[in-house]
Design a binder for this molecule. Sequence first.
Ligand code: PLP
Length: 397
Amino acid sequence: MSTHDQDARGHEGDGRSHAQGFSTRAIHAGQEPDPLTGAVVTPIHLASTYAQQAVGEHRGFDYSRTRNPTRVSLETTIAALEGANHGFGFSSGMAAVDAVLRLLHPGDHLIIPNDAYGGTYRLVASVYAGAGVSFSPVELRSPEALRAAWRDETRLVWLETPSNPKLHVIDIEAVSRFAREHGGRCIVDNTFATPYLQLPIDLGADAVVHSSTKYLGGHSDVVGGLVVTNDEELAVHLGFVQNSAGAVPSPFDCYLVQRGLKTLEVRLARQCSNARTIADHLVANPAVAEVYYPGLASHPGHDLARRQMRDFGAMVSFTLKGGEAAALKVAAGTSIFTLAESLGAVESLIELPARMTHSSVAGSELEVDPSLIRLSVGLEDIGDLLHDLDGALTLAG
Ligand SMILES: Cc1ncc(COP(=O)(O)O)c(C=O)c1O
């Protein structure tokens, strides 16, 4: 059984094996009541340093960049949710991406999706390529394209599924197997799906990366990143980079992400339901050219999404027959959907990736259709969301 339904580690202390479900782990893993006071919420430990009983003798904490109790609590929770042994917190999703990419050395080669998040592309194309790491954007839905792009010096293949912003669905199990058989690693950015919908480690991925700014935090009030892995060598690397480069999240930010995680399941279940209704509604609108949502039976990745995800997510992208001019009007014409970057929170957002989140890929192979609109569907009343979109779409004509 997958960790979708149970905690693979379970607990058998009382002789009865019982595996905990997702929300139980989200609310309790790494969050035992505070031993000093009994507080049921993990304290926000602000101390930067810790008293030592003798030189080098301490209770597991010596300096807060290296290890902080609030951060350890969050790292334990995310590892329990992803079915991993090790979790690492970072100050942003990009810091988390960067910590993994620091595995690469001059001469190494990296494969990224041809529909990667713009910031990941920018980091790879500007920072890592400048330091001698070569990369290839690849259509990872095609096993032949992956095979053709792989080189002797390829160390990593980076996956985003569903992808940002076109919502391509990539076969995590197949790509992970291919990477392993060829001596490389597969890293999955699970930001769009979250561990509630998809468990890449179970499917063979070597590590999972998150922008916890998105669904995990869930309230548009924190920027953060997380990485989890079962790969001991990678865990040593991540711990080293976390401490050496020091892009760690503040204790307060860790608290906010952990608080968000407690309601991830209920939020996402409602958001997926709202997104499915909106996708169906957009398909029927004559101003809309194409709708990208893995939950639609017409989506090329629908069957694969059914297999590797619990539900289809809450991101919906679509293009308009009226092109970019119409898209600009629609994006500025909603009132409940807020025109803003980011995604994954309780409030619904609308944006134009080509000019906003993905402007850094302009002119590259990853360039986004200028008429593509991306929705992050929130928790508002579905009737209000449909009414809002219908109103804006009348401007597209
Ligand atoms: C899929 C994905 N990965 C990584 C990031 C980067 O995260 P952050 O903005 O927290 O640095 C984002 C941000 O939008 C994202 O969408």
